[in-house]
Design a protein around this ligand. Structure first.
Ligand SMILES: Nc1nc2c(ncn2[C@@H]2O[C@H](COP(=O)(O)OP(=O)(O)O)[C@@H](O)[C@H]2O)c(=O)[nH]1
Ligand SMILES: [Mg+2]
Length: 303
């Protein structure tokens, strides 16, 4: 199956909801204040968020579209609006320009950080890059084990310490090891206890301070992983991590898990951060770069 087909399958719950919803609304009905209101409600339930939904609805209202518009035409027009919103977020993820290129992976527990690191590392490896991991989520033994599994699967070197060890110290040693080994890319997996915001902030800041002792311009990218099934909460998480540490780009996972594919549009409109990758499943190849056109088409179930 191509990744495009996977996106389609992953987004099926979302696209069924939106596409069937539009067909119901515009079935033999005209584009008027009532149907626009129904469309607004539909977008809200699909997690487009208040701000992005009203932007889209206003654009529809402004365009004075043909009253006898068909559902197919509404879908096409909507997908074009969505594509325009998403386009600035479609940016090529580049892991070059520093060696080792240090990627700090942040996000709340369960967002998909460790899984995404595993998937991404195998992609970079396939491009001929030498990758290593630093298991800096030291609070849960299971978290380290999980990263070890991914490392084993792709034959990637992993730097880890005993349970509960100091994550910053581990990063210092791990990064020195990566420099020595001449690695191309190093992924640092972190803990994501957002419920203790000050604790998390201190820990991440300490990690950054310490890795800058090894490489003054690191981390070269701080990537935030967001779980799409959390819907509008993903927006709040982005704001929180922007405050805590600063974020260069996003990875949105679990788009296969819920009917909340609209949240990507809300994130794009409100956060203006690159969306480097999307995840549509748990397997190693269920991650790919973000394409605005493809995403908009699949979200509306168009080809
Ligand atoms: N369906 C689905 N599950 C995913 C995806 N990405 C991660 N997961 C699952 O989400 C759970 C939490 O992922 P994990 O990488 O441990 O999150 P972390 O706590 O942020 O490191 C695991 O069971 C993963 O297999 C995805 O794109 N789709
Ligand atoms: Mg993890």
């Amino acid at each position: 199956m191509s990744f495009l087909q996977k996106i389609g399958l992953g987004l099926k719950k979302s696209s069924d909801k939106i596409s069937n919803g539009i067909s119901d609304i515009f079935n033999k009905k005209r584009l008027d204040a009532n149907t626009l209101q129904d469309l607004e409600d539909l977008l809200l339930t699909a997690d487009f968020g208040v701000q992005t939904t009203s932007y889209i609805i206003n654009r529809f209202a402004e365009q004075k579209m043909d009253n006898d518009i068909t559902d197919k035409e509404v879908k096409t027009a909507l997908s074009q609006e969505i594509e325009q919103i998403l386009l600035p977020c479609q940016q090529n993820p580049d892991f070059t320009g520093a060696k080792p290129f240090v990627v700090l992976m942040v996000g709340v527990n369960g967002a998909g950080k460790t899984t995404t690191i595993g998937k991404l590392a195998s992609k970079l490896q396939a491009q001929g890059k030498q990758v290593s991991f630093i298991a800096a989520d030291t609070f849960r033994a299971a978290a380290v084990e999980q990263l070890k599994e991914w490392a084993k699967r792709s034959n990637i070197r992993i730097y880890s310490g005993p349970d509960g060890c100091d994550s910053a110290g581990l990063c210092y040693d791990g990064l020195n090891a990566a420099v020595k080994a001449d690695d191309d890319v190093v992924f640092i997996d972190t803990a994501g206890r957002l419920q203790n915001k000050n604790g998390l902030m201190d820990e991440l800041k300490k990690i950054v301070r310490v890795i800058q002792k090894v490489l003054p311009d690191a981390p070269h990218k701080t990537l935030l992983t967001l779980d799409a099934t959390t819907g509008q909460n993903a927006l709040a998480q982005t704001e929180a991590f922007q405050q805590i540490i600063g974020v260069n780009g996003l990875i949105i996972t679990k788009l296969d898990g819920s009917a909340k594919g609209g949240v990507v549009v809300a994130i794009a409109k409100e956060q203006k951060l690159p969306i480097y990758y999307i995840g549509v499943g748990e397997k190693i190849d269920d991650l790919d770069t973000f394409n605005a056109h493809d995403y908009a088409q699949k979200l509306l179930d168009l080809d």
